[in-house]
Design a protein around this ligand. Sequence first.
Ligand SMILES: C[S@@+](CC[C@H](N)C(=O)[O-])C[C@H]1O[C@@H](n2cnc3c(N)ncnc32)[C@H](O)[C@@H]1O
Length: 266
Amino acid sequence: MDEITRSVNMLYERYPYPSLPIRNERDLVSKLHANVMSKILSTAELEPRSLCGKEVLDAGCGTGEKSCYFSYHGASVTALDLSSSSLAAGRRLAEKFKLKVDFNQCDIAEFKTEKKFDHIFCLGVLHHTSDPCMRFHVLAGLCKPGGTITVGLYNRYGRFIHRARRLWIKLNAGEDIQKRMSFVETSIYRGKFKNTHEQAYAADKYANPYESYHSVGEVIGWFNKNNITYIGSHPHTGTGKLQTFLSELKWLIKRNGFFIISGRKN
Ligand SMILES: C[S@@+](CC[C@H](N)C(=O)[O-])C[C@H]1O[C@@H](n2cnc3c(N)ncnc32)[C@H](O)[C@@H]1O
């Protein structure tokens, strides 16, 4: 395990993400759909019912809410993550709703399977790894021809103001995760995190030891190298170099720190 992977894993072992409060079927299905899944699926031109019977890979599944959502809609789901505590939370969630998800503990870079997938999702993961492009290549190799691959990444421009905040936290609290969390809790969350999800969100956002920043054009470059055709992105940018650059510049003000982009394997 390289130093980046080790330190990132330490964070998610302590603060499994996203640790959403999923109390009932409505939280898992309609709320999750309205809050996040509708954007993710529509970027790949998918609908919940189109997942039925499909092989889905959730790479870097965290606490497994999205994996369970895919399984609820009838997909055969393989999920993987580095963090054992996140996977344990995912397994508990699947058990609670009697859903089948094949959870695996490993680095994307080392994932071995005979399977090929119809739909691959890797959301909020690659920018916490030492070599996002190499891991994207591994995922692309697991995608069936005609299948889709959807990644969510921090944006180079949209994350600009946030980076200044991270620097401020680092100057005040140093590198130690616990010190950063105490500082964040006091200075940003008025002394107390409301619940586990808020704490996990703060850890991911403010105490993460490593994150990298990417552009739509860069990911389209990864697509081209891996025989993948662009389908769509959220927020929408199009594909022309100038068009994507101008859209992303706007994210500087709108603070769209995270973008989702989907492609289809040829
Ligand atoms: C921000 S969370 C995203 C979780 C989930 N994908 C979501 O959308 O809610 C990032 C997750 O990626 C996992 N992760 C980070 N590096 C990884 C790697 N190299 N291989 C597999 N999982 C990794 C972390 O353990 C963590 O659970």
